[in-house]
Design a protein around this ligand. Structure first.
Ligand code: SF4
Ligand code: SF4
Length: 412
């Protein structure tokens, strides 16, 4: 067993650091910002499609910031969140990602605070237009201007139309949002235009082909190869010159704590998290991997993993091994819930992601553990009134009300 935080890593970093500095001084390579943090991590940078900018292999996702009250997503632990974001930037992260709805609207506010004291100049900033809040063309300007105010900046580097799918694409067309993106680029409020995506491959290709996008953001990881945009979508977007940002690299944490059957397949030379991230960094089409970090420990671990990352880093055997792990997940028939909480709040008080977590644990940890978690829920699955309000919001298209019926039977 290797403990990745210790051992020779620090010394290796010192060596890489010296070589990097030498190469830089001889003009052989380009270094963006100071990439060597206090712990000696060396950030890796990648081409971002045809934009002409280089982005850090790791991006800081601000959708799962630490909170002081787990039942209130708005209660961000500001001091710790600011410390984490600044630590990431100090160690070379140059892409910080937030969105209008994250943490009930508070993520943009806290990110704005984190980027004071000179940090805005050291990083690029991404946020997203909540397309579902747009009813007319003018809403674009109203919302973007509100976001700039919350973020305490005069421009956003990467602006995305958030969570596009077939329905929201209609809104984009009806409210002329592509024209609005061009206008915002022209007046300097945004630098690059993109979209994040949750739907099928054909819809993805249709959207890619419909505009001169600079980049896109897709859900992708070693078990989502054929899901949503999938591997084909990744390659398609990259072939069209788009930078590709990856979200849900750990599928809402599911790949970080794999079931016993998968643990037996993953060699313990790396943590399950590192295997999942390396799968992405191995691919030349991936520009940037976003990680929604919740603790300083996760931030430090991710910086260390990014330090070791490079294109082509996995052997054929490694890739085949991850294929086996995917096969095991596929046969476990668990609910593909990423705990994004877009479906919340449920008007009848159900904690939908936690209910699914308990259900999924019946396959991964056994009935006893799953029941323990299920018993902590204030409202059980039988409280679901099948209103299906949640289903409209779920980017994974989960038939939530139907599965609640199954869950009632499983835990009866
Ligand atoms: S369908 Fe059930 S879980 Fe979904 S919002 Fe309605 S009551 Fe809540
Ligand atoms: S059910 Fe869907 S919307 Fe709700 S947390 Fe899970 S993935 Fe997100």
């Amino acid at each position: 067993m290797i403990f990745p935080r210790f051992g020779k890593q620090h010394w290796v970093n010192q060596l890489v650091c010296k070589k990097t500095a030498d190469a830089h001084s001889k003009g052989k390579i380009h270094i963006q910002f100071c990439t060597v943090g206090k712990r000696g991590y060396v950030m890796q940078y990648r081409k971002f499609g045809n934009t002409g900018v280089e982005v850090s292999a790791l991006g800081f996702g601000a959708m799962r910031l630490p909170v002081t009250d787990p039942s209130d997503s708005k209660s961000i632990d500001e001091k710790e969140a600011v410390r984490m974001i600044r630590t990431a930037i100090d160690n070379g992260v140059n892409y910080v990602d937030t969105a209008y709805p994250y943490h009930g609207g508070m993520s943009e506010v806290v990110v704005g605070k984190a980027l004071q004291d000179g940090y805005r100049e050291k990083t690029m900033l991404a946020t997203k237009l909540p397309v579902w809040m747009v009813q007319k063309e003018e809403d674009f300007d109203r919302i973007l201007n509100e976001q700039l105010e919350k973020l305490q900046t005069d421009h956003v580097d990467f602006y995305l139309l958030h969570a596009l799918n077939k329905d929201r694409w209609k809104t984009v067309e009806e409210c002329h949002l592509l024209k609005k993106l061009d206008e915002a680029k022209a007046d300097g409020r945004i630098r690059f235009a993109g979209f994040s995506f949750h739907d099928d491959l054909n819809t993805f290709k249709e959207i890619v082909d419909a505009f001169h996008w600079d980049f896109c953001q897709i859900q992708f990881n070693y078990i989502d190869l054929e899901h949503q945009a999938g591997m084909q979508g990744l390659k398609y977007a990259a072939s069209k010159g788009l930078g590709v940002v990856i979200m849900e690299p750990l599928l809402g944490g599911k790949l970080a704590v794999p079931p016993l059957q998968v643990q037996k397949v993953l060699p313990d030379t790396k943590t399950p998290v590192e295997w999942a991230l390396d799968f992405l960094w191995n691919l030349p089409e991936v520009s940037l991997m976003l990680s929604g970090m919740s603790t300083m420990q996760q931030t430090q671990d991710n910086l260390m993993y990014a330090d070791r990352s490079h294109i082509g880093m996995l052997s054929g055997e490694d890739v085949a091994m991850l294929g086996k792990a995917k096969h095991i997940y596929d046969t476990m028939a668990i609910v593909p819930c990423t705990k994004c909480a877009y479906c919340m709040p449920c008007p009848f008080g159900l904690d939908i992601p936690k209910t699914f977590e308990a259900y999924n644990q019946t396959a991964t940890k056994g009935m006893e553990k799953a029941k323990e978690l299920y018993d902590t829920l204030e409202k059980k699955a039988d409280a679901c009134r099948k209103c299906r309000r949640c289903e409209k919001e779920c980017p994974q298209h989960i038939e939530i009300s139907q599965i609640m019926t199954d869950i009632v039977k499983v835990f009866a």
